[in-house]
Design a protein around this ligand. Structure first.
Ligand code: SF4
Length: 367
């Protein structure tokens, strides 16, 4: 395999850029975040698009912009309102980091998203890809924006067999992207490369015959485009058996709990939900509630099952109905992250998708 600089020696950088940009001008999709170059809006869209398809993102983006049209509006929002707007989109740390970073923008830069590499990089949750996307798309600076999509395209164009899950490979692709980016129109160039990856140079069966840059593509020349990029296999997700309980008090209110401040689904709400230890006869939900000052009883048989696949983990949740038998320590309960809410109120809280399904089940027939 040649090095990136050797590859670029025989490569028609400007011909490639022209072909790519012309195709983009004629074929780009009309996406809501492409209608203007507001760095705040571009930033939000880029964060939403990480690990999520465009079609899924559009309605979330539009709702988010209606609620928080400016960086200022987002900075002033409560975290729970932001999480509620993000509900269902997954990877909630993205939303929390974005919110924190926008607060930094308000405090340190008067609400204007900074336009230097140094400053953008310092913002919470902004890695090299997002920084490159903001600087190039919004500010038209020739900064590479390399994500998995762009690495796939570049690995094919330059016939690069490095494992794209390694950070050394990312650095190599960033160096190539920096060398080939259009200096006249970096904003469209980066978007065009992303668009090519989304529409033509797709993970499986790339549409080489329709590809505007096929004559520049070394993998196509060798007929190995389907074997690239090289990507080490991920470990299969770990399975966790969980028990969740729909606990009602005598007034018909439901018990919910705010998840811990850190880690998976941080600060989202859920029904009491604990991992089931294999071989243990103990009820982990009742035990944890007892420690929080509340006595409960749940039915033996589960009434509903939910399965949720995260990137590294699968939750198989057995859901049980139960009831509150009163406090053993009310003060402790009030200091905990648990609370009873009415069935009308419950949907105001941000829940992960798995527990939204439990709400739907619990409220079935309640209108
Ligand atoms: Fe991708 Fe094929 Fe175009 Fe090469 S020719 S960039 S493999 S779609």
């Amino acid at each position: 395999m040649k090095t990136e600089t050797e590859e670029l020696k025989d490569w028609d950088v400007s011909g490639f850029g022209n072909d790519l940009l012309q195709w983009y001008q004629e074929n780009k999709r009309d996406l809501p975040w492409r209608r203007e170059r507001d760095p705040y809006r571009i930033w939000v869209s880029e964060i939403m698009l990480q690990q999520t398809k465009v079609d899924t993102v559009i309605p979330y983006y539009e709702k988010f912009m209606a609620l928080f049209p400016t960086a200022e509006a987002l900075a002033e929002a409560e975290e729970e309102t932001v999480l509620k707007a993000w509900e269902g989109l997954g990877y909630y740390s993205r939303a929390r980091n974005l919110h924190q970073a926008i607060k930094e923008v308000k405090e340190q830069y008067g609400g204007k998203v900074p336009d230097t590499k140094e400053e953008v990089h310092k913002l919470r949750g902004v890695g090299p890809y997002t920084a490159g996307a903001i600087l190039s798309i919004a500010y038209n600076k020739p900064e590479p924006a390399v994500d998995g999509n762009v690495m796939r395209v570049l690995s094919r164009l330059f016939l690069i067999g490095d494992d794209i899950t390694k950070s050394s490979a990312r650095k190599k692709f960033e160096a190539i992207a920096a060398a080939v980016i259009s200096k006249d129109n970096p904003s469209d160039f980066n978007q065009a490369l992303m668009e090519l990856g989304a529409m033509i140079c797709t993970p499986r069966s790339p549409a080489c015959l329709l590809c505007p840059v096929q004559q520049h593509c070394l993998a196509r020349e060798e007929g190995v485009q389907e074997q690239l990029p090289v990507k080490a296999k991920k470990l299969p997700p770990k399975m966790k058996k969980m028990k969740a309980a729909i606990i009602e008090d005598e007034e018909g209110r439901l018990l919910i709990e705010k998840r811990p401040e850190k880690g998976l689904l941080a600060n989202l709400w859920q029904f009491p939900n604990m991992e089931l230890e294999e071989g243990s006869s103990e009820d982990p939900v009742a035990e944890s509630l007892k420690k929080a000052g509340l006595r409960t009883e749940t039915e033996q048989a589960s009434c509903f099952e939910v399965r949720h696949v995260f990137s590294h983990l699968i939750w198989e949740i057995d859901v049980h109905f139960g009831k509150s038998m009163g406090f053993t320590n009310e003060q402790k309960f009030n200091e905990s992250r648990l609370k009873f809410v009415t069935k009308e109120e419950i949907r105001k809280y941000p829940f992960p998708v798995s527990h939204q399904k439990i709400i739907d089940y619990a409220l079935k027939g309640e209108g």
